[in-house]
Design a protein around this ligand. Structure first.
Ligand code: ATR
Length: 329
């Protein structure tokens, strides 16, 4: 197990946490509630203590699972949640981002109620509100720290300039970005800045939304209402085949090391910088147990180098056009 501090909070977590979104939304049918709670308990028993959720993930449904799982063992879990995106609950669509203090106060009270706790350990702005200066939102979040409702402030998918401006208002403990062998945009500016200023990078979709696990092929691809089939350009059209072909290199290396492609993908992210933690998502205990073993896998410089060039060859953006306007903001 590798333990890493979140920001300069003094709180250490397992470098391999759990991204909980997929238990409720995005990748097919939501998990059965009892099964989900069992999986969360099993994760905790195996040393996973960093659990990542958001208001957006099922508009409360995902937070409710965590509340059910951890209310009677709250001190063992480091719980991170997020606010910002707002939408229509009936149609489950996101209509915009609201980073105002009023929306934040509504959201945190709802999160605390669903999570069955009096505080969250890390509270993120999920996406920057294009209509509000970041100083205003972070100023409001700082009040929640002072009130003891949140332990630390995080920002998701912000650029280095936004991060600098936020840090002038209040310390930022963590920045969450998509980061994987296939998605390395964070390395341009945000990762070095986080490293220099003691901010943790929480890497989401470190398995490329499942693409890097070897579970998909030209023949076996996400189907039906699966988010990837519907709106994820990397999983669509000609891009899909081209991207799946790039996974061959990861599978080759996995075979040579007696590891799984998922373990290679997670070990690659963990080796980038010591301030990086990963939150792979899974609905299956066997996958969770396999992913945890990535902590024991050290890639050689030659192995890392063989994977370093893949991101430049990936086709298709990581979100659709609308989603891309809200990232790196
Ligand atoms: P996200 O952050 O969006 O959850 P991710 O962590 O990059 O994305 O990938 C999550 C996907 O990888 C899920 O579809 C998950 O499927 P399961 O629920 O079936 O596990 C898949 N996944 C995670 N770990 C895996 C593993 N060890 N082997 C195969 N698939 C895995």
């Amino acid at each position: 197990m590798i333990r890493r501090e979140i920001g300069r909070t003094g709180r250490q977590v397992n470098a391999i946490g759990l991204g909980c979104m997929g238990m409720s939304v995005a990748y097919g049918e939501p998990m059965d509630k009892t099964e989900a709670v069992k999986l969360l308990h099993a994760a905790l028993e195996r040393g996973v203590d960093h659990f990542d959720t958001a208001e957006l993930y099922g508009f409360g449904a995902n937070e409710e699972l965590l509340g059910e799982a951890f209310h009677d063992r709250r001190d063992q879990a480091f719980i991170a949640t997020k606010f910002g995106p707002v939408g229509n609950l009936a149609t489950r669509t996101v209509t915009g981002v609201d980073g105002s203090e009023a929306n934040m106060r509504r959201a945190i009270e709802q999160s605390l109620r669903l999570l069955k706790t009096d505080h969250v350990d890390l509270y993120y702005l999920h996406r920057k509100d294009p209509a509000l200066p970041i100083e205003e939102t972070v100023g409001a979040m700082a009040k929640l720290v002072a009130e003891g409702k949140i332990g630390a402030i995080g920002l998701s998918e912000v650029n280095a300039e936004t991060l600098r401006r936020a840090q002038a208002v209040h310390p930022i403990a963590a920045v969450q970005w998509e980061y994987s062998i296939f998605t390395r945009d964070i390395e341009r500016e945000v990762l070095p800045h986080c490293w220099e200023t003691g901010v943790s990078v929480v890497a989401y979709s470190p398995l490329g939304r499942g693409m890097l696990t070897g579970a998909f092929s030209r023949e076996v691809r996400p189907q039906g209402q699966d988010y990837r089939a519907v709106v994820s350009p990397r999983f669509q059209g000609d891009a899909y085949g081209a991207n799946i072909a790039l996974v061959d290199e990861i599978e080759r290396l996995a075979k040579a090391r007696g590891a799984t492609p998922s373990q290679i993908a997670l070990a690659w992210v963990l080796a980038t910088k010591p301030n990086v933690v990963v939150i792979p998502g899974t609905t299956k205990l066997a996958n969770l147990e396999g992913n945890l073993k990535a902590a024991e896998l050290q890639l050689t410089p030659a192995e890392t180098a063989s994977l370093d060039g893949l991101a430049d060859k990936v086709q298709g953006t990581r979100y659709d056009e609308r989603g891309m306007t809200l990232v790196d903001a």
